[in-house]
Design a protein around this ligand. Structure first.
Ligand SMILES: *[C@@H]1O[C@H](CO)[C@@H](O)[C@H](O)[C@H]1NC(C)=O
Ligand SMILES: *[C@@H]1O[C@H](CO)[C@@H](O)[C@H](O)[C@H]1NC(C)=O
Ligand SMILES: *[C@@H]1O[C@H](CO)[C@@H](O)[C@H](O)[C@H]1NC(C)=O
Length: 693
């Protein structure tokens, strides 16, 4: 139950309209303008990405086995001056010990940078090699296919099994997999070798450049980049081995609608791969049984489809998916079980189960207009963070303890959303967000892109295609962010982003498109193409440092000019200031905890003024926690704009932000307040000193 009975408007029609608009956006304009001041590229001939197929998150079932290859691997660092030595010398053909290089233990998942004690590994440029051995059971030889799946390797990877090339991938933070059945020793030992390259150039997403620097030890390659977080590298997420039957479910897509009369609807589509099955098996009639279970495991819907792999399931009296604090039971997920069965008799009596896969499904309707973003017909006000996948020692490595702690902090502070700045986050975190009811602005890795040209655009489109394919079934995803702080005022940005956004809209799976922009409303070439305009602005930090008396007017004026020019819903995706934990100053001085409190409080005043105008739909702090950056004179051990320390403890401002986020939740959705939100001070005031919101 929502706490407050609100009449739901008739949003179904809007949603269908939106779906139709997305479907009509195919095709990329051929007529491209030219500009004399700048070499502008033509994007008419651009190659659209091949649609990704497969890559379902590995889940056990009665027909599938999953084994983790996480643990201690071995690592060899290549000479930065000769990154391809290992390819020439075929290091993958044997154990890396044969390379003659130093072999060190390396945990997976983790960034390799901060594990050792040397700056040569931390600041390494080029390739490193990973390996480990594993066994596969004899039983996997016949009747199943064995897959090797990486959650992500940054930036690019080539993978060998037993010395034979298995797969390759580039663009960090995205999964890839391969059927390795033909390369394995069943019932024996196997060797997996991964070459990982962290170099960023002008055609990678994100961009960077490698230059040659003269040092006391001669010339060495150095990686430079303009984005403000450390370019951690390695096998960042889990590595899985898993099996599928020869006739198996290779991909799944669901879309949901929830209508005001309580009817839920799940449209599903499934892809079957029988390419490795025997011919006679491929001739069998394969049917699809779909079973929907509620959270208690009770069956609430079932369908049997003969030879068709798509359909719609209606769920009367559905429990919709709601975000945290919008409802007393947020993050409600059904389990949708897909069973492939082979009909052995006419009446289906002797059906043999081929494959089973269970997908968590949240039933909700997402829609938007020129002034709001609505979930189940209710306009959203997003209160959250930009974040990073970043922690001490692990760097960007997946860590379940950190993941659980971060979500507990998000809930403690009353946030309901975050942006996956500035790259796709782990699949495990997306599943967690579904379960906890935290809404996600899902961002591709295009941070600070600057040199616009066709090959970059192809990579950029591919990063969005892979991201959307990976995350389209998550109810928590409410928008796709196509870029963060691109140099969108450059003339080359116009055709580039028109092409990119037109393509992305054609695959957007019922979500609006946004971006985090730091150009101005008068110069930005990207905002006009988006559904929601997000801007990043550091009032009283990068501009007017020390002047918290210059925030309210400037911020409200800027938000209004974005609105006036583009007539879209507006979000502030970043604001904040670096704060050294434990540094105090009265009166407030920049870098002190008092300054962060004052800077936030002034922003709150501006946000409240803007909220009255309805089209202002969200406030996102930069950043959730302190994080590591490249070494520069403006960063003391990293970026300190966190509301929490890198160790995930609150700074003073966290308590203030918590009061605000809960106050808004109470105002909008009548949620109960946590008992410890205010502390006893005196008989006449039971509020803390931050009660002035
Ligand atoms: C390995 O195979 C992939 C395609 O699967 C290819 O792109 C890559 O260049 C190959 N690498 C080597 C070293 O053979
Ligand atoms: C991109 O990088 C390549 C290789 O380093 C270089 O040759 C080229 O000039 C660069 N392009 C631009 C537009 O800077
Ligand atoms: C917003 O959309 C509504 C409904 O389509 C329309 O009537 C209104 O004029 C639009 N407002 C702006 C500012 O574009």
């Amino acid at each position: 139950m929502r706490w407050k009975g609100k009449a739901l408007p008739f949003f179904l029609v809007l949603q269908l309209y939106v779906l139709q608009v997305s479907a009509n956006q195919e095709g990329i304009p051929q007529s491209l303008k030219h500009n004399k001041e700048w070499p502008l590229f033509e994007y008419g001939e651009i190659r659209k990405p091949t649609p990704t197929k497969g890559l379902l998150y590995p889940r056990e079932s009665e027909t599938r086995e999953v084994r983790s290859l996480d643990g201690m691997w071995r690592l060899v660092r290549s000479d930065p001056k000769d990154p391809l030595q290992g390819i020439r010398e075929k290091w993958y053909a044997n154990s890396l010990r044969m390379s003659g290089k130093e072999v060190i233990p390396m945990p997976v998942p983790a960034s390799y940078n901060d594990i050792a004690t040397t700056d040569s590994l931390r600041d390494h440029v080029g390739t490193v090699w990973y390996e480990r051995t594993f066994y596969v059971p004899r039983l996997w030889k016949d009747g199943v296919r064995t897959w090797l799946r990486f959650g992500s390797v940054h930036y690019s990877a080539i993978v060998w099994i037993n010395g034979r090339n298995a797969t390759s991938h580039s663009i960090g933070h995205l999964p890839f997999e391969a059927d390795i059945s033909a390369l394995l020793n069943f019932g024996g030992e196997n060797l997996v070798t991964v070459m990982c390259d962290n170099r960023l150039g002008n055609r990678t997403i994100p961009q960077g450049s490698v230059y040659q620097a003269s040092t006391d030890k001669g010339t060495v390659p150095v990686q430079s980049y303009t984005f403000d977080f450390f370019n951690y590298a390695g096998i960042h997420r889990s590595v899985h081995l898993y099996t599928t039957p020869l006739i198996h479910i290779s991909d799944l897509e669901v879309r949901t609608l929830y209508s005001s009369n309580g009817m839920g609807r799940i449209d599903y589509r499934l892809w079957v791969d029988a390419s490795q099955a025997a011919e006679y098996q491929q001739m069998l009639v394969t049917n699809l049984r779909v079973v929907l279970r509620d959270r208690d495991g009770t069956e609430v819907g079932q369908q049997m489809n003969r030879l068709v792999y798509q359909g719609s399931l209606l769920v009367p009296s559905a429990k919709p998916w709601w975000p945290y604090l919008m409802n007393s039971d947020p993050g409600y997920l059904y389990s949708m079980e897909f069973q492939l069965v082979v009909a052995c008799n006419e009446d289906d009596s002797g059906c043999a189960l081929q494959d089973a896969y269970r997908l968590p499904v949240g039933i909700r309707t997402l829609s938007w207009s020129n002034q709001s973003l609505l979930l189940n017909g209710v306009p959203l006000y997003l209160r959250g963070f930009g974040r990073h996948e970043d922690s001490d020692i692990r760097g960007k490595g997946l860590d379940n303890a950190l993941l659980a702690r971060d979500f507990n902090l998000l809930k403690w502070i009353g946030a309901n959303a975050y942006r996956t700045s500035h790259y796709p986050y782990s699949e495990e975190s997306m599943q967690f967000a579904d379960e906890q009811g935290i809404m996600i602005i899902d961002e591709c890795p295009a941070v600070n892109i600057d040199i616009f040209e066709p090959q970059l655009l192809e990579q950029h489109m591919s990063s969005l295609e892979q991201l959307i394919h990976r995350d389209r079934n998550h109810p928590s995803v409410i928008a796709w962010s196509v870029a963060n702080e691109p140099r969108s005022a450059k003339p080359g940005a116009l055709e580039y982003f028109e092409t990119l956004v037109t393509y992305t809209r054609s695959i957007a799976q019922g979500r609006p498109l946004t971006a985090a922009i730091n150009a101005s409303p008068s110069t930005c070439h990207l905002a006009q193409f988006l559904d929601i305009v997000g801007f990043n602005r550091y009032n009283s930090w990068y501009q007017n440092a020390g002047r918290t008396d210059m925030i309210v007017d400037q911020l409200t004026e800027e938000a209004e000019s974005w609105r006036d020019k583009f007539e879209k819903p507006i979000i502030q995706f970043e604001y904040g200031g670096d704060t050294m934990e434990g540094m105090h100053s009265l009166p407030a001085f920049i870098w002190s905890e008092e300054y962060q409190v004052q800077l936030f409080s002034k922003h709150f005043r501006a946000f409240d003024e803007l909220r009255g105008k309805r089209w202002f739909i969200g406030e996102f702090v930069w950043n959730f926690a302190d994080f590591r950056t490249a070494q520069t004179i403006t960063r003391v051990g990293g970026n300190k704009k966190g509301v929490f320390t890198r160790n995930r403890q609150p700074k003073e401002v966290a308590h203030l932000l918590r009061q605000r986020y809960f106050a808004i939740a109470r105002e909008l959705d009548h949620c109960p307040l946590p008992e410890d939100l205010t502390v006893y001070i005196s008989r006449h005031s039971k509020h803390s000193r931050h009660n002035e919101l």
